[in-house]
Write a protein that binds this ligand. Sequence first.
Ligand code: GTP
Ligand code: MG
Length: 508
Amino acid sequence: MDLEEDIRSLQLDSAAEDINGVVNPEDEKPDVDNFDKIEDEGLLSGNDPKQEVQAQSVEAEPKAKDKEIPPVQDEEDEHMKKRHLNVVFIGHVDAGKSTTGGQILFLSGQVDDRTIQKYEKEAKDKSRESWYMAYIMDTNEEERVKGKTVEVGRAHFETDTTRFTILDAPGHKSYVPNMISGASQADIGVLVISARKGEFETGYERGGQTREHVQLAKTLGVTKLLVVVNKMDDPTVNWSKERYDEIESKMVPFLKQSGYNVKKDVSFLPISGLMGLNIKTRLDKSHCSWWDGPCLFESLDSIEVPMGDPQSPFRMPIIDKFKDMGTVVMGKVESGTIKDGDSLLIMPNKDHVKVVAIYIDEKRVNIAGPGENLRVRLSGIEEEDLLSGFVLSSAANPISTVTEFVAQLQILELLDNAIFTAGYKAVLHVHSVVEECEIVELLEQIDPKTRKPIKKKVLFVKNGAIVLCRVQVNNVICVEKFSDFPQLGRFTLRTEGKTVAVGKITAI
Ligand code: GTP
Ligand code: MG
């Protein structure tokens, strides 16, 4: 059976919920060869979970300051006709994520020439001439001075078929929790890779963020990846086909190991974010004679992603909240539909609330379905009584609340090769929840090759192991079984700033 077939059969298996899967960080170890192929649309698809809530940022998206609740402007609910996708930009530091994001906004007509000129001057004053495009996404002073994204920037643009929200993640390793936050809200990912001499290599090395981001994205439910090979204009690259092919050929095995079905779920394309080439329109032969593939907008347009079910019970994890003529909560609809006037519950506290107004961007709407990023004005609750990680939920069928659950975990890389045993403590990230947790019991180990339980009693496991265990948290949290709501039942465990394990909830 060749690799592709192998992956496909494993994907089918995963529908039966009997395997784990997950990314394998040990991709250089010979003995994990089979393990590497484990694909689990399950654990590794869908989307959402965790975030370092505090990290959430909405830089490019001003909050509503309306003094009166405006009438619904979208009478026909036009937005329901065009799909909405969250696209997270990931990749190593300085790969050009913010520059490409900024260029997309410029090319889609959201930033005028005068603003660009202003940014050019500001960038020059900071001796960061080439950084002006990134300033569209990097809106705070620290980011502009250092030339590094810190908080996830957010912006919107539309193509013929899709309304996109761009989530511009930081590449620097100190800000991985923010990246997790962005990726956990995303449906698709744009992995930006710098083709500049030496830069691809640094990002791809062990410990480079190209690797960590890909593995996290897959775990967090980013099912489709567009790999953009950026900086093709750089003098060390000069649109070289050899360089592009080299990068593609090195990335493919790694993407497979990380659980992506490269034929189905990944596509590659060359761009120059800075020059705006192969972004909105196809490449001109004068720049690049060998590429006749699509441009970035076309590729984004053609990506198909299964969306949540509009008929299923409503669930919207809260990522942020503020006071503005009542209480406003922000989040992404993970399942179901919300309408003006709905009576809902805020879980886990079971507070009854009423929907006063729903906003997509600045527009007030009557109704919104899965995948939408919303601000919802509520009555019946004070802002102080809300926390990130609470879930706005159907009253008839509210989200489950737990202090303990059973999960299948894959151990990625423990600190200093520590052992993973009962009593192990970590920080649990599941949708917008961030909570201390403890592993209270290891139930059974699962053979990564056969994906069958190993009979022997398990007391501890090491890197690469798959294990079923009981996990406890101190405070009540809202989660679901992975098989019912993948995006609300998928999580990561982090310790001291490192992702040590990924998992899915199998019983609550
Ligand atoms: P972090 O947010 O810190 O992870 O970086 P980033 O990936 O957002 O990179 P950013 O957009 O800030 O760009 C980093 C540097 O690369 C800047 O100097 C950009 O001008 C440069 N750069 C980005 N895209 C291109 C490109 O297409 N060609 C060239 N030549 N330089 C680019
Ligand atoms: Mg950036």
